[in-house]
Design a protein around this ligand. Structure first.
Ligand SMILES: C[S@@+](CC[C@H](N)C(=O)[O-])C[C@H]1O[C@@H](n2cnc3c(N)ncnc32)[C@H](O)[C@@H]1O
Length: 257
């Protein structure tokens, strides 16, 4: 998997952080003592958790040393762990296992989600947000660009890099385990300057495996050019010339009895 770049990720920091604000606001646990933020990135989602529960003991875990370094520079008083979500288990269960915009990068959700739920203490919750790529223009245009005969043979890993399951998958998985389950989807309309801004946005996240699969800079430029043509058609300008960039996100909160 190509490396994460904290600086590039934080370019759209306000927009990227809003879903963690919305997820945190809906968690109906008044006073969780211990919280873990899985795939904490540069610490932006962890800071949202800290703001809502200033007294909680909060740990951030991420698989990227660049992200953990950025998080510890910005928030030196938190506990930061470099680690892989797929291999993580809690020594003592957490009152809140939280993950914003990270679990789409992990495989085998049929195993991972029940495992994460098992790391939640009684009365606590598993709270997750992921892009709803099972149903997104944003991602579909990338998949179609990846199908171009010039590089289709290189794209095997990239096509499977993101997990894209629909809401019913998570309902059927978690409903037998949870005392209460809430699932919802929000469509954000981010205002960006141009279709090029959408590419810049996604270059820091979901586009990375596709660009990494290509053989050289010339192919990468051509891939982005073709994708830009598609985004220009899919996201027409508004009256002021700017673009409404629709981004659908799936939210899940599973409460433990
Ligand atoms: C899109 S960022 C999300 C950052 C932050 N949580 C937020 O709300 O903006 C995804 C993060 O997940 C991390 N990540 C992806 N797969 C991971 C894994 N298997 N284990 C640990 N971290 C992972 C990446 O390093 C990256 O920092």
């Amino acid at each position: 998997m190509p490396n994460w770049d904290a600086e590039l990720y934080l370019k759209f920091s306000r927009e990227r952080t809003q879903p963690s604000v919305d997820l945190t606001a809906r968690i109906a646990i008044p006073d969780p003592g211990r919280i873990i933020d899985l795939g904490c990135g540069p610490g932006n989602s962890t800071a949202v958790l800290r703001q809502r529960w200033p007294k909680a003991e909060i740990t951030g875990l991420d698989g990227s040393s660049d992200m953990i370094a950025a998080a510890s520079r910005s928030y030196p008083h938190h506990e930061w762990i470099l680690g892989d979500i797929s291999a993580w288990s809690a020594r003592i269960p957490f009152d809140l296992v939280f993950s914003n915009a990270a679990l789409q990068w992990t495989p085998s959700h049929e195993v991972l989600f029940p495992h994460l739920f098992a790391q939640v203490a009684p009365g606590g919750a598993l709270a997750v947000q992921m892009p709803a790529h099972f149903d997104s223009t944003l991602h579909r245009e990338i998949l179609e660009t990846a199908g171009n005969p010039s590089w289709r043979h290189l794209m095997g890993q990239a096509l499977n890099a993101l997990t894209k399951k629909p809401p019913s998958f998570y309902y059927n998985l978690l409903q037998p385990l949870a005392a209460r389950l809430e699932i919802w989807r929000t469509e954000y309309y981010h205002v960006v300057d141009s279709p090029q801004s959408i590419i810049e946005w996604f270059r820091g996240t979901g586009l990375r495996p596709f660009l990494a699969a290509l053989e050289n800079e010339e192919q990468k430029m051509r891939f982005e050019e073709l994708l830009l043509e598609r985004y220009t058609r899919a996201y027409p300008p508004q009256n002021d010339g700017r673009i409404l960039f629709q981004f659908r996100r799936l939210f899940i909160i599973a409460y433990r009895a």
